[in-house]
Design a protein. Structure first.
Length: 483
């Protein structure tokens, strides 16, 4: 996307924000450039954008300032203690003439303050915040799709839901938008509170609470306490949506200053049930309508219900709700069905105990086909890791699965538990995706239903070419030899 597709952020504006926020800073050039959009990765720099140099786990953005400027960045924000080396590097190529260099103590904090001030320029914008242990991205997409039938709607793209990604995305919002839907992630204690302070949603929903992120807060109740921080900026006029069927619904509702709407199978009068159609999706009965859901699994039906309740509370018509939900298709790696000589259930964007068991439930809808699981480690569940991976192994042993390949160090516990539970099929473990490749080649054949499920960092999507190669080399469906 061209940077100039984003709103213009003028030099007068960002310098005034720094002044208003009393943020010490220095401008090291005569230029006072405007910019369009923000990047933190020099590889995706576009003409006219701003580049914010941040230290990362594997690389430091200050090392790539010169690259960003050569590709068209017109403002760079760097740390005070790195500015001299940045300026020297730019002056060597005369790139210094084209760019505004701004130094400060904390470039990330400056980015966040700019994003908050930019959002405040649109007081008529209706803001919806979405968080939860599972389903937040899908629910965000469903809500945004519905709202887009009623007015210009912005949504946070991809995984721009973190303390870095969300403020970057916020600077894309313009005066033509009527609605904005923000996905708010949790990557540590206090992050939801921080992001909520930037967004200050008018409507906010927690899809559910689960064991994801217990690495940080240790218990599911701790997760609920963090998730409810999405309501922390309420002043009494806003609306909170809470999953009534969730064990920690009362924790989520505690202390909310505003209207509370509970949703769920019992709490939503307009809900008439959800019927799955196997790998073809499902049908949501809502408000007397039969709404096709092109997403797979019972959990997706509940995400659709959550989106419908939010939209209905906002005054959106049933026609728009139906049209919006029916327009949403599966996203890459999120219970995505890939059909060919076999059927692949690609669900490798994220994994925690709840989503892992929900994905295993999908295998039952492929009954009659030979079934294979390739399961990657569930990360960020802390001290619960061993017992939860063992539960996964025990669950697989009870399923009509012919073969399983467990991938990742944590999944070794699942592999052993599966064996101890008396699994009669083929049971393999590999330390990583590369080691898993020959095992996957060995067990997958034409006509199989293959589930690829694991945390994003495991990288199970890398096995797709392996599955394709295996399938192209196998005999037609129904003529293969037993593995």
């Amino acid at each position: 996307m061209s940077a100039k597709a984003f709103p213009r952020i003028t030099s007068e504006f960002y310098l005034q924000v720094l002044s208003n926020e009393a943020i010490p800073h220095t401008v090291h050039s005569r230029m006072r450039n405007d910019f369009f959009g923000v990047v933190v990765d020099s590889r995706i720099t576009t003409e006219g954008c701003a580049f914010v140099a941040l230290p990362g786990r594997f690389a430091d953005g200050h090392t790539y300032v010169r690259d960003a400027v050569s590709k068209g960045a017109r403002l760079v924000i760097v740390r005070d203690d790195r500015v001299d080396e940045v300026l020297q590097d730019l002056q060597e190529d005369a790139l210094y003439q084209n760019v505004t260099v701004l130094s400060c103590d904390d470039p990330l904090y400056v980015l966040q303050r700019l994003a908050r001030a930019h959002l405040a320029r649109f007081p008529g914008l209706v803001k919806v915040g979405v968080t939860g242990s599972n389903g937040k991205t899908t629910t965000k997409e469903l809500i945004a799709s519905i709202l887009s039938t009623a007015g210009a709607t912005w949504r946070s793209r991809g995984n721009l839901n973190s303390e870095i990604g969300l403020p970057m995305a916020m600077l894309e919002i313009g005066s033509d938008h009527r609605f904005a839907v923000f996905e708010i992630a949790m990557d540590g204690i206090g992050q939801i509170a921080l992001l909520t302070e930037l967004v200050r949603p008018d409507y906010a929903i927690v899809t559910n609470t689960g064991l994801a992120h217990t690495e940080f807060v240790h218990t599911r109740e701790g997760v609920a306490r963090e998730k409810r921080m999405i309501f922390s900026q309420f002043t009494g006029k806003q609306t909170a949506f809470i999953p009534d069927d969730d064990e920690y619904a009362s924790v989520l509702a505690a202390g909310v200053r505003g209207r509370i709407v509970r949703f769920g199978s019992r709490a939503t009068p307009e809900f008439g049930g959800y019927r799955t159609r196997g790998l073809a999706g499902g049908v949501l009965s809502f408000g007397g309508r039969k709404i096709a859901v092109n997403l797979v699994g019972q959990a997706m039906g509940m995400n659709a219900l959550a989106a419908a309740v939010v939209a209905r509370t906002m005054g959106i018509s049933l026609d728009s709700i139906q049209a919006g939900i029916e327009a949403v298709l599966p996203m890459f790696g999120r219970a995505q069905i890939l059909r060919g000589v076999c059927t692949v259930i690609l669900d490798c964007y994220n994994a925690n105990p709840q989503s892992m068991h929900a994905s295993l439930d999908l295998l039952s809808v492929g009954a009659g086909s030979r079934q294979v699981c390739v399961l990657g480690s569930m990360l960020e569940i802390g001290e619960l890791s061993r017992v939860e991976h063992e539960r996964v192994g025990g669950r697989v042993a009870m399923l009509p699965v012919q073969a399983v390949v467990f991938v990742g160090s944590h999944m070794r516990d699942a592999h052993r538990a599966c064996e101890h539970a008396g699994f009669s099929g083929q049971n393999f473990w590999a330390d990583d995706v590369e080691a898993a490749e020959p095992l996957v080649r060995k067990v997958v054949r034409s006509g199989d239903v293959v589930l690829l499920k694991g945390s994003r960092a495991v990288g199970l999507e890398k096995l797709l070419p392996v599955v394709d190669a295996t399938l192209s080399a196998t005999t037609p469906v129904g003529q293969g030899e037993a593995v």
